[in-house]
Design a protein around this ligand. Structure first.
Ligand SMILES: Cc1cc2nc3c(=O)[nH]c(=O)nc-3n(C[C@H](O)[C@H](O)[C@H](O)COP(=O)(O)OP(=O)(O)OC[C@H]3O[C@@H](n4cnc5c(N)ncnc54)[C@H](O)[C@@H]3O)c2cc1C
Length: 413
């Protein structure tokens, strides 16, 4: 029995590790498109840019781990095709690997910015360790940095650039930052912290072109309204697109990602898709979504590994995310999109509070900034589908942990 895992990011690595942990005795081959040891991505836009960790320290495990666990790591030899009929994959080197079970964990790649000038020297993006090292090297010398895209990664890069002493401008096309993942209230708080540090945040800014200094180096950004932002370093962080080409060429169904069922299995019973590339149904008849987080990748991997080992437990994890920007450690439990009321708990002026996002009486998600206890309790409340009233959410005296443990609301005095 052989399992081949395509992609050695958070999902692929966790899939291989979990299979072994749970006693899988077949062969496992983990095929990595990139050279080197598989590594974690979150530190790339945080500790690595702040000089607080090294490229070596971000590896999941040392090389000896793969040997000890009998995981065949093939690094720098990407899969080029899947033959579903014959059940094998082809690698760039010409090697052919047969499989009994195939796990597609190809993740995502950066969305490109379709304007002139993106090939100029000094225009960078951030997804891989190689890109992170290049950015870390340039940040030290940059005097003015323009970050295009005010999502998590763009804002983390902006915070790092600011702390390196550069003049920083964030250009966001929408009317607020982090619009896809956090409430307007939390976005305003975090954006305000960037501004207090001297970063300019331009909302509704549409980029027309990146400007050439006449010598092939970037000199700034031109916006569609004709205004210009000077910059000797431009970071493009306008989101990602799932890496689905292999699945597409193999005839698997796509819908903003590779379509899987509640067990993370594609329509081909021998093929699973997990992590950033997988479009999966939320529990209890919820919508089909594709999420981009370490929690999602790792929990998908655990569910698929269990499935390969014969269990049929559906995927039911509560999503959670985090981002660190300046003094803000933001943690989000649940999915807040579509909420109609935001209830604040804690002291906004002290920079430590949570936002409970409700739709009707349903708690959809909780965003916490520098309030890790609220976050942990929120994850339990959401996992247990505990009913919480707005009064309980807002009252710092109500014990969220106890409510989550009891799985029942306590009467509000
Ligand atoms: C800079 C940065 C910071 C982040 N910070 C956070 C954070 O703070 N918190 C959080 O929750 N999430 C964070 N994320 C998101 C998180 O890292 C991703 O959600 C997670 O990595 C998804 O894991 P994955 O395995 O699905 O995909 P990936 O990590 O993208 O891994 C997929 C791998 O597959 C490989 N691959 C693709 N095609 C092939 C092929 N044909 N053959 C072989 N290999 C292939 C790719 O090279 C890649 O290494 C961050 C992401 C980035 C880029």
């Amino acid at each position: 029995m052989t399992t081949v895992i395509v992609g050695a990011g958070h999902a692929g690595f966790q899939g291989a590790a979990t299979l072994r942990q749970r006693g899988y005795e077949g062969a496992i081959t983990l095929v990595a498109g990139e050279l080197g040891l598989p590594y974690q991505r979150p530190p790339l836009s945080k500790d690595l840019l702040h000089g607080e960790t090294t490229a070596e320290a971000v590896a999941f495990r040392p090389a000896a781990f793969y040997e000890k666990k009998g995981i065949g790591l093939r690094a720098g030899d990407p899969v080029t095709g899947i033959d579903r009929g014959a059940r094998h994959v082809d690698l760039a080197s010409g090697t052919r690997l047969p499989y009994k079970q195939l796990v597609i964990a190809t993740g995502a790649r950066n969305r490109e910015l379709a304007v002139p000038g993106t090939d100029l020297d000094g225009v960078l993006a951030l997804r891989s360790l190689t890109e992170a090292k290049a950015l870390a090297e340039r940040l030290g010398a940059a005097r003015s940095v323009a970050v295009i895209g005010g999502g998590f990664i763009g804002l983390e890069v902006a915070a790092a650039a600011n702390q390196h002493g550069a003049r920083v401008t964030v250009i966001e096309a929408l009317e607020r930052t982090m619009a896809r993942v956090v409430s307007p209230l939390m976005a305003a708080h975090v954006t305000g912290v960037h501004e207090q540090h001297g970063t300019a945040v331009m909302l509704g800014g549409r980029v027309a072109a990146l400007l050439d200094d006449g010598d092939g180096r970037v000199a700034g950004v031109e916006l569609k309204d004709g205004s210009r932002v000077e910059a000797d370093l431009v970071v493009v962080a306008v989101g990602i697109v799932p890496d689905v080409e292999l699945a597409d060429a193999a005839g698997l169904r796509l819908e903003n990602g590779i379509v899987v069922d509640e067990h993370l299995r594609t329509e081909d019973p021998a093929i699973w898709a997990i992590g950033d590339c997988a479009a999966f149904p939320l529990p209890n008849g919820g919508a089909r979504v594709r999420l981009e987080s370490v929690q999602n990748a790792a929990d998908h991997a655990r569910t698929a590994a269990a499935g390969i080992l014969g269990s049929s437990i559906p995927y039911d994890a509560t999503p959670w995310f985090w981002t660190n920007q300046h003094s803000c450690r933001v943690q989000i439990a649940g999915l807040v999109a579509g909420h109609d009321e935001a209830v604040v708990r804690g002291d906004r002026s002290a920079g430590a509070f949570s936002v409970f996002c409700f739709r009707g009486d349903d708690l959809l998600g909780v965003e916490s900034v520098n309030a890790p206890r609220d976050h942990l309790a929120a994850r339990k409340l959401l996992a247990g589908r505990t009913t919480l009233s707005r009064e309980q959410a807002a009252d710092p005296a109500s014990d969220l942990k106890a409510l989550a443990a009891a799985g029942q609301p306590d009467p509000v005095a």
